[in-house]
Design a binder for this molecule. Structure first.
Ligand code: C5P
Length: 220
């Protein structure tokens, strides 16, 4: 039987991760946080002494194809080492955005992403879930929020973890990342033609979850 998929795409810090995990939990589905795969690839690139430039593209793609990656109880293990913390930093997000603009790297991660599609279903979050990875998904959501709201949420998250930063620098970082993600030639960040737009600037997480579940009901 065809395995159901819900795609949740959108810009940096729009709340995709939280929404995806919660929708997956309520439906009893698997979930895919595709950004993590680009973050891990960025980390592997750094550790191999490579840079996100065309001259290193083939070697970074080789790393991406053979990532010694294990997901275990919400932790990410790279070659057995818990790298979960390293992956959440702004620097890791920026490296992820840079490697993700390399076409060979995107191609290298395609099969791995599709392998997450297993019964009873999948909720996938990223930038190109609905446009490239699962174009036949039953529901595609494009989640946005204003840059000001996104920067403020990210700020609260980091401060609560004891990481010091400023709203202005976070906002500048996320706007730079959005610009790179939407202007790259391969799989740019943009809503699929058949995506439903959800702006959660003035919504609680619960309201967004309820909206997505209602849409999912509707398309069944
Ligand atoms: O979602 P997250 O912030 O973890 O993603 C990090 C970066 O990985 C994004 O800025 C984007 O450049 C890239 N990415 C992507 N395609 C995806 C998911 C993430 O290009 N499906």
């Amino acid at each position: 039987p065809e395995v159901p998929v819900i795609c949740i795409d959108g810009p940096t810090a729009s709340g995709k991760g939280t929404l995806t995990v919660e929708v997956a939990r309520r439906l009893g589905y698997h979930y895919l946080d595709s950004g993590t795969l680009y973050r891990v690839t960025g980390l592997a690139m750094r550790r191999a002494g490579l840079d996100a430039e065309p001259a290193h593209e083939a070697r970074i793609a080789d790393l991406a194809r053979a990532l010694p990656l294990v997901f275990n109880e919400g932790k990410v293990l790279l070659a057995g080492e818990d790298v979960s913390e390293d992956l959440r930093t702004e620097a890791a997000g920026m490296d992820a955005s840079r490697v993700s603009a390399l076409p060979a790297v995107r191609a290298a991660l395609l099969a791995l992403q599709r392998s997450f599609r297993r019964l009873p279903g999948l909720v996938a979050d990223g930038r190109d879930m609905g446009t490239v990875i699962f174009p036949d998904a039953g529901l595609k959501v494009y989640l946005t929020a204003s840059a000001a709201h996104r920067a403020e949420r990210r700020y609260k998250q980091l401060i609560s973890k004891g990481i010091s930063t400023t709203i202005d620098s976070l906002r500048a970082d996320l706007e730079a990342r959005d610009l790179r993600d939407s202007s790259r030639s391969v799989a740019p960040l943009k809503p699929a033609p058949d995506a439903r737009l959800l702006d959660n600037s003035h919504q609680t997480i619960e309201q967004s979850v309820v909206q997505v579940l209602a849409w999912w009901q509707e398309v069944q």
